[in-house]
Design a protein around this ligand. Structure first.
Ligand code: NAD
Length: 489
């Protein structure tokens, strides 16, 4: 079993409490690592370290920040296998997924390296020609980064890459369920040569995160996790009046119109919900199917779902691993039982996997059918391999069902009709729409939610504004005497 240290001020330190959080391998339920549980004082000291480092890091020129980010991306690419295996050990995702995610992570750092020396303000033409006016983009300070367990490294990159490119320093707290890959990643931060205190990784639970976000020297909080935690954090930071970005959950509709290429649409629906065992914020967990093609879609979906190979995430032939931890396992099974009680029709799956060779938290890929969009399974995020199919009759009905949710993270549209695709995309109350694809990620596109799926954007140039504040500089070029009692325009 590996016992980890935390990374603070470019040094590897033991936690002073002497307490640890166990990391379980969800595939066999064995503890494979121990993560330090830090005290509130240690969190406070770390924020102070990051605050001191900000003074010099913000003055470091963009070319040097770009060089370090590119070096980091190189190192990630050299360590794909290692990082992917750690991530899979922690959250049970299949290796093909975690490998791709680590590569995506490297691409994200490279993308923002390209912006580090191109953070331009504007020269603003004014009515008054005797004034010269320009803006600059200034870093905020110490960013507290808090991430979820389902994809620790990609979620971190979405925040860390733009935060560093724009000159902020950071304190990262990964999820207590999956901290190991972030700590391993910190070795690459060290090797890349980032200055002391610019990137710090602390570990612990919700109380640790609370101590971090409340610290008076934190200038911004960037959070990925559940909607309920986001509410608590929003209240906690309100005293300090600091900006916050929230990447939260979803109940994303994947809409299949009758004119779609049904073969592709069904594969897209599978990718949307059973990829990563449904443990993605963008899971297409509500499948809206036009009634005229309902039966054929159901049959195809069930046939493919019943053939999904569950198993050890480290075996290349495995298509779906276990869910990440016991809490998730219990919660998903309880929601499956609730769906049965609420009268949803079970089309396949619907229970834990019983297999003497697989002792982990395996849940069979599950599909329910219901005509009632108000039952729990059709409304609440499950974060597991459970799909709910709902029928619709026409375009407006599909849009009404899709938007009937507190969430607004993502949606899929399957149609051959471009006009229908555009019009539907425009009316969906979500931050990300895919047409004839699903769960396809590119670092150049903005990602984030509407409604209770959060606010702020990640990836893409839009994110630069999440980690900077605009400063306006106005210079008076005139020699005229002014009347001090009149506003000058
Ligand atoms: P969670 O909200 O339980 O925990 C997330 C993080 O918050 C953890 O690091 C946890 O320790 C920390 N935390 C808990 N209480 C805190 C507090 N009071 N103050 C500060 N930090 C606190 O979420 P989870 O179970 O780890 O992740 C699953 C959720 O994350 C799902 O809802 C999923 O949809 C969402 N998610 C969203 C995105 C996205 O980009 N929109 C991506 C991945 C996951």
């Amino acid at each position: 079993m590996k016992t980890y240290k935390v990374f603070v001020d470019n040094e590897w330190k033991n936690g002073r409490t002497g307490e640890f959080i166990p990391s379980y391998n969800p595939c066999n339920q064995e503890i494979w690592a121990q993560i330090p549980l830090l005290s509130k004082e240690e969190i406070s000291e770390t924020v102070e370290v990051a605050h001191d480092a900000f003074r010099t890091w913000k003055e470091t020129n963009g070319l040097e920040r770009a060089r370090l980010l590119n070096r980091l991306a190189d190192l990630i690419e050299e360590n794909v296998e290692h990082l992917a295996r750690i991530e899979s050990s922690d959250n049970g995702k299949v290796l093909s997924e975690t490998r791709n995610q680590v590569l995506f992570t490297a691409r994200n750092y490279r993308y923002f390296a390209g912006y580090a020396d191109k953070l331009m303000g504007n020269l603003i033409p004014l009515d008054n020609q005797e004034l010269l006016d320009y803006t600059t983009l200034e870093p905020i300070g110490v960013v507290a980064i808090i991430t979820a367990w389902n994809s620790p490294l990609p979620l971190l990159a979405n925040k860390l890459a733009p935060a560093l490119a724009t000159g902020n320093t950071v304190v990262i707290k990964p999820s207590e369920y999956a901290s190991a890959s972030t700590l391993e990643f910190a070795h690459l931060i060290e090797e890349a040569g980032f200055p002391r205190g610019v990137v710090n990784v602390v570990t612990g639970n919700g109380a640790t995160g609370d101590a971090l976000v409340r610290h008076r020297l934190v200038g911004k909080v960037s959070f990925t996790g559940g909607t309920n935690t986001a509410r608590v954090i929003s209240k906690a930071v309100s005293d300090n009046l600091i900006p916050i970005s929230l990447e939260l959950g979803g109940k994303s509709p994947n809409i299949i119109f009758e004119d779609a290429d049904l073969e592709k649409a069904v594969v897209g629906a599978i990718a949307g919900i059973f990829g990563a065992a449904g443990q993605t914020c963008i899971a297409g967990s509500r499948l809206l199917v036009q009634r005229s093609v309902l039966e054929v879609v159901k049959d195809e979906l069930v046939a493919i779902t019943n053939s999904i190979k569950l198993g050890d995430p480290f075996e290349e032939s495995t298509q779906m691993g276990p869910v990440a931890n016991k809490n998730q396992f219990d919660k998903i099974l309880s929601m499956i039982n609730e769906a049965k009680q609420e009268g949803a029709e079970l089309l396949c799956g619907g229970s834990a996997l019983e297999n003497d060779n697989l002792k982990g938290y395996f849940i069979k890929p599950t599909i329910f059918y219901t005509e009632d969009p108000k039952i729990t399974i059709a409304c609440e995020e499950i974060f597991g391999p459970v799909l709910t199919i709902l029928p619709f009759d026409h375009v407006d009905h599909a849009i009404e069902l899709a938007n009937d949710s507190i969430y607004g993270l993502a949606a899929g549209i399957w149609t051959r009709d471009l006009q229908k695709a555009h019009k539907t995309a425009k009316q969906l109350e979500v931050g990300n729409v895919w047409v004839n694809t699903y769960r396809t990620s590119q670092v150049g596109t903005p990602f984030g939610g509407m409604k209770q799926s959060g606010f702020g954007r990640e990836r893409s140039w839009h994110t630069l504004h999440e980690y900077t504040q605009t400063k306006n500089v106005m210079i008076n070029l005139s020699d005229d005497k002014r009347n001090p009692f009149m506003m000058q325009i």
